[in-house]
Design a protein around this ligand. Structure first.
Ligand SMILES: *Cc1c(COP(=O)(O)O)cnc(C)c1O
Length: 383
């Protein structure tokens, strides 16, 4: 089976892991966590990076530290991995699910503006509230869909106008750029990256919160490491135990040494698919945007003109030929835990998700494997 997207563990991972074992620094103390945070800060152009146990725990911490609390509302895109919404729910807050742009599959800034302008009111204290629920809108959390940054200038402008916190779910976007700037400089107050197994760079599992405000970074480090004051068991707030272990960071440091190589491979794989399928009727590549360079976390096909039966047939044909093919993120408002959440939709996410077909794109996918994928797809459309 040619897998969709699996870790490329062929660098110094084993060596660094062995060093953790030899020195017995396997847990929360050790050199690799500091090294990993420094390399993530550097790669994202950020003043700080706080490593966390997962991307989801990083998102939860970023929202919590930004003051998102029970009953508050956070605007998120309809088309994303469920972790985006879960992080909001973990704050006992409510996601407000807004549709995505057809052009780039990211949160649609015009729809967000429309929601804030036409469905929200400021109360006597100046707090912006969604009329139907009375919940205070606190934050906007755009997602870098497939590794492509959303239009962050538009969201920075909205966040400033309406005095909202702007947090980027940049889970799959390490190495991506927005208007030539790395994602830590794209305009969000905080951005969160994931190092889960299927991401561009992996720690096995893990995440990082990055930003420019060093004081915020210090508070986040404190919050995510049980808020311990000094060396004794003194804790000044109810903190989280979300720190990354030295074992995870050891893998991460080895992975970060190869970030440029991974990005190059991902970009080459995307370009090869695009070139191979450009003449196929009704077959499109994943979107690009003038303002950004994607990390090309996932690459594949967008099939707007095919019937859903044909899309399923293509998926079946790939699987029958030993090529992993799965359906993609089901929109958040169609998921059981969020079926009652407030929405501002125009049908884009619902129309998109079943027509998105990711193709194998691990950074170590061989030319022969990619050729095999291309052959199966091309043959499918030939008949
Ligand atoms: C992977 C992912 C996450 C969650 O990261 P984990 O490290 O798996 O917790 C959040 N949002 C998006 C868009 C993702 O792709």
């Amino acid at each position: 089976m040619i897998p969709l997207c699996v870790p490329n563990i062929s660098g110094n991972e084993g060596k660094y892991l062995a060093r953790c074992v030899e020195t017995t620094f396997v847990s929360s103390v050790g050199e690799y966590v500091d090294q990993f945070e420094a390399s993530v800060a550097r790669a994202t152009g950020s003043a700080f990076a706080v490593a966390t146990s997962s991307g989801t725990s990083g998102l939860h911490s970023a929202l919590y530290a930004s003051g998102v609390g029970p009953g508050d509302h956070v605007i998120i895109p309809a088309l994303t991995f469920i972790a985006t919404a879960n992080a909001v729910a973990q704050c006992y807050a409510v996601p407000v699910i807004v549709d995505v742009s057809q052009d780039n599959w990211c949160l649609d800034p015009d729809l967000v503006r429309d929601l804030l302008e036409n469905r929200c009111d400021r109360d006597a204290e100046g707090i912006l509230r969604l009329r139907e629920t009375g919940g205070a809108i606190r934050a906007i959390m755009p997602v870098c869909a497939m590794g492509l940054p959303a239009d962050m200038d538009a969201f920075r402008d909205i966040a400033d106008t309406y005095r909202l916190v702007l947090i980027a779910d940049a889970a799959a976007a390490i190495g991506a750029t927005y208007r030539g700037r790395p994602i830590g400089q794209a305009g969000a107050d905080l951005s969160v990256v994931s190092f889960n197994g299927n991401k561009l760079v992996t720690c096995g599992g893990g995440g990082a919160i990055v930003g420019q405000d060093l004081e915020a970074g210090r508070r986040l480090k404190h919050l995510t490491t049980t808020a311990r004051v000094g060396r004794d068991y003194d804790h000044d707030i109810a903190g989280f135990n979300y720190r990354m272990t030295n074992l995870q960071a050891a893998v991460g440091v080895a992975q970060m040494e190869r970030l440029d190589e991974f990005l190059e491979a991902k970009s080459r794989i995307a370009a090869t698919y695009e070139q191979a399928f450009c003449d196929l009727q009704g077959v499109h590549a994943f979107p690009v945007a003038g303002w950004a360079k994607s990390s090309h976390w996932l690459t594949g096909l967008y099939l707007p003109e095919l019937s859903l039966e044909r899309v399923a047939e293509l998926r079946g044909s790939l699987m029958a030929n030993g090529i992993e093919a799965r359906s993609f993120w089901k929109p958040i408002h169609m998921q059981a835990p969020y079926s009652c959440a407030p929405t501002h939709l125009n049908g884009k996410a619902e129309a998109l998700w079943e027509r998105i077909l990711p193709l194998p794109c691990s950074s170590h996918l061989t030319a022969i494997e990619q050729r095999a994928v291309i052959t199966v797809v091309t043959r499918f459309f030939a008949c």
